[in-house]
Design a protein around this ligand. Structure first.
Ligand SMILES: Cc1cc2nc3c(=O)[nH]c(=O)nc-3n(C[C@H](O)[C@H](O)[C@H](O)COP(=O)(O)O)c2cc1C
Ligand code: SF4
Ligand code: SF4
Length: 321
């Protein structure tokens, strides 16, 4: 794990930048409004790609709905988790939707890094959507950030979508705050899925009309919070992160889920320096062999949380087709 001194340095830098932004908010707004906009040139899309990063399924469900709507509209659509996508194929798409969960009020760092390595997609229409937990925290700006990154690769902005779910931040329920999550136990629901269908239709309408979406980040206390190194802060509270070999059935799920190759299955160890505290391993381990403490309390994952609270997530109708 990063040492405390470098963490404090990052915090101070974050605060300094935050103060600067507060002192001169116009500066940031100007920077945002000054982004060049690529016009939508492919107004009759034939081939589309829907890709997502999803650790516990919420973002994947929305992605599958978008695929379904676009297929019904006559497009040929490929859809998958970003980890299964071949980057060199990007040139063949006229329209791309990218989805992500909001992590630490931002686009997850692993997805940001991956997008930076994409080939240029000059003039391809791009849409961004996010899923977020409960009332949400940073969802609008995260969607804008994702769309900005895609337009930086040459894409033309076609719109953003925001979809609320139950939060999957395991430390919340593991430290006695389950009620905060359970208040949203019915999400996602049919309303969420209707929103997703409407979003997919809306993107097609924008593309057909050549309507580019003006990326409009919101500036306020919430956006300043995003400057604080939240992953480092969270990591300071994590201890005892390892695999209990007596419980492990060697299914490989944690290895597949870990976006930064931080898990060593044979040794039963987690490289805390590499770890980005995404909770993907803890949330998906089927036997609770993946151990983690948060502020000294044992963390249990999303699957176990659903089981303990008798929650069955409602799947969209498209899932069974
Ligand atoms: C590590 C972590 C950090 C999170 N941070 C936020 C956040 O800052 N704001 C928010 O609204 N939701 C946050 N969430 C909740 C997720 O964004 C939300 O549950 C999302 O729908 C999960 O998507 P997935 O099931 O596709 O992985 C966080 C969840 C995790 C696991
Ligand atoms: S070790 Fe677990 S929490 Fe850390 S990055 Fe990998 S999957 Fe995420
Ligand atoms: S997900 Fe759990 S059971 Fe599966 S390999 Fe990892 S630690 Fe073992």
């Amino acid at each position: 794990m990063e040492n405390r001194r470098s963490f404090v340095k990052k915090c101070l830098t974050g605060c300094a930048v935050g103060c600067l932004a507060m002192a001169a908010p116009g500066l940031s707004v100007y920077a945002c409004a000054g982004r060049p906009q690529t016009p939508i040139s492919k107004r009759n899309p034939k081939r589309a790609l829907v890709l997502w990063y999803s650790q516990t399924g919420h973002t994947g469900r929305i992605g599958r709905i978008i695929r379904h709507v676009w297929e019904k509209a006559g497009l040929t659509v490929d859809a998958a988790d970003y980890r299964e996508i071949e980057k060199s194929t990007f040139g063949k798409y006229d329209l791309i939707a990218v989805g992500t969960p909001v992590y630490y009020m931002d686009v997850p760092v692993n997805l940001q890094d991956w997008i930076k390595t994409l080939p240029r997609i000059e003039g391809t229409s791009v849409a961004a959507y996010v899923t977020f937990g409960g009332k949400g925290n940073g969802q609008h700006n995260t969607a804008c950030g994702l769309l900005e990154q895609m337009t930086d690769t040459g894409g033309a902005a076609a719109g953003i979508g925001l979809f609320g779910n139950m939060s999957t931040f395991a430390p919340t329920w593991s430290t006695g705050n389950a009620a905060r999550i359970l208040a949203f136990r019915d999400r996602p629901n049919e309303k969420t899925y209707q929103q997703a269908r409407a979003f997919a239709d809306n993107i097609l309408a924008n593309v057909a009309a050549g309507r580019t979406y003006k990326i409009d980040r919101e500036f306020g206390l919430e956006s300043l919070m995003g400057i604080i190194p939240q992953i480092d802060l969270t990591k300071l509270m994590i201890t005892n992160h390892h695999i209990d070999k007596s419980l492990c059935i060697q299914c490989g799920t944690c290895i597949k889920k870990c976006p930064v190759d931080a898990i060593h299955l044979q040794a039963g160890t987690v490289n805390s320096k590499r770890c980005i505290a995404c909770m993907g391993c803890v949330n998906n381990c089927p036997t609770q062999a993946l151990k983690m403490n948060f502020i000294g309390k044992p963390v249990y994952g999303f699957k176990e949380f659903l089981k303990r609270n008798h929650i069955n997530i409602m799947e969209p109708a498209e899932q069974s087709e």
